[in-house]
Design a protein around this ligand. Structure first.
Ligand code: ZN
Length: 337
């Protein structure tokens, strides 16, 4: 059994390094578009030396040319990423937040799925930073991420949160447990490739439908191409059942937070990526709850129900988007009354 305190402290440190790397990668991606600090001064755009790229805000300094102070967000990102890595590791390894009866990998979770999902968190963090700073999600981040997901899932063969298909729709299930097709057990690498491809297709495909629908109803591209590629990566890391949960949760969070921001500040928050990554994080941390205790396994083992609920969710989305269109035409001071 792992000792929890040194393990979580190590995860916090790894998270800090990951947060710094994500910040630097984000600034490299945005270089030439805007001065975000860290590799160029946020005030005058003077290139910052490599040593100070690694230490700025931890060791505060001013720009030698214009006197602008270091930006503060990279330090916040390091602390946040440290807490995120330690918190997720604790939930996964010690609280069994992803443990479900059907999936029993041969190697312990901290050797396999933990590094896989921490890599995923690092990539989502980078994409969230670029989306927050510049409303873009770089192809390099999600492209590399998707390749890592496919390669990892195929090479390992036991990184799935859930198998590509689990049938609970059977009278014998209470006696023998869920039915698993024989090929899944004998060809676990092929199954790895199958579930990651299914997740990628579901994530990107459904987000593409949302993009086309939203563009048609709202009359402007509300959902960017970056959101589609981001959902491809999220699907490739999580599989198709969790990615459907992400798509169901993200708009709810987006509408609640988006409405609050609009009513309080009078501004509309257009980036959709952060809601997607936040929803993905929620699903990663509550998979056991969703699958077993809320019994989503019954829904996901019945094809017609899955198809019907996906269609219904897309229908609800169309209604919501129409609502947003009416909502946006209202002057802000009317809503504040
Ligand atoms: Zn400067």
């Amino acid at each position: 059994m792992l000792s929890s305190v040194p393990f979580l402290a190590a995860l916090f440190l790894v998270g800090g390094v990951a947060g710094r790397t994500a910040s630097l990668w984000c600034c490299w991606c945005l270089d030439g578009v805007r001065y975000t600090g860290l590799i160029r001064c946020a005030g005058c755009g003077t290139r910052i030396p490599l040593r100070r790229q690694l230490t700025s805000t931890i060791v505060p300094a001013k720009c030698r040319v214009c006197g602008t102070r270091d930006v503060f967000w990279p330090l916040m990102t390091m602390i946040l990423a440290g807490l995120l890595f330690a918190g997720f590791g604790w939930l996964l390894v010690f609280q069994g937040c992803q443990s479900v009866a059907e999936v029993r990998p041969a190697s312990p979770l901290w050797q396999g799925r933990l590094p896989f999902h921490l890599t995923f968190l690092f990539l989502m963090l980078t994409a969230t930073l670029t989306d927050l700073l510049d409303y873009t999600i770089p192809d390099a981040v999600v492209g590399i991420g998707t390749l890592i997901a496919i390669a990892g899932a195929t090479a390992s063969g036991e990184l799935q949160m859930i198998h590509i298909w689990v049938s609970w729709d059977d009278t014998m299930v209470s006696l023998y447990g869920p039915y698993l097709p024989e090929w899944m057990k004998q060809h676990q690498h092929l199954h790895g490739l199958a579930w990651t491809t299914a997740g990628l297709t579901a994530g990107a495909g459904l987000m593409w439908i949302v993009r086309v629908t939203a563009g048609g109803i709202l009359g402007y591209p509300a959902v960017g191409l970056g959101d589609v590629t981001l959902m491809a990566m999220i699907g490739a890391f999580m599989g198709w059942q969790p990615v459907l949960c992400v798509l169901a949760i993200a708009p709810v969070g987006g509408i609640v937070i988006g409405t609050l921001i609009r009513v309080i500040t009078g501004r509309s928050f257009v980036a959709f990526g952060p809601y997607l990554t936040f929803a993905a994080l929620l699903v990663l941390c509550s998979w056991n709850l969703l699958w077993e205790r809320l019994e989503l396994r019954d829904i996901f083992s019945h094809g017609p129900t899955v198809a019907g609920m996906t269609a219904a969710a897309l229908g609800v989305l169309c209604v919501v988007l129409t609502g947003i269109r009416i909502f946006r035409t209202l002057p802000t001071d009317v809503m504040k009354r």
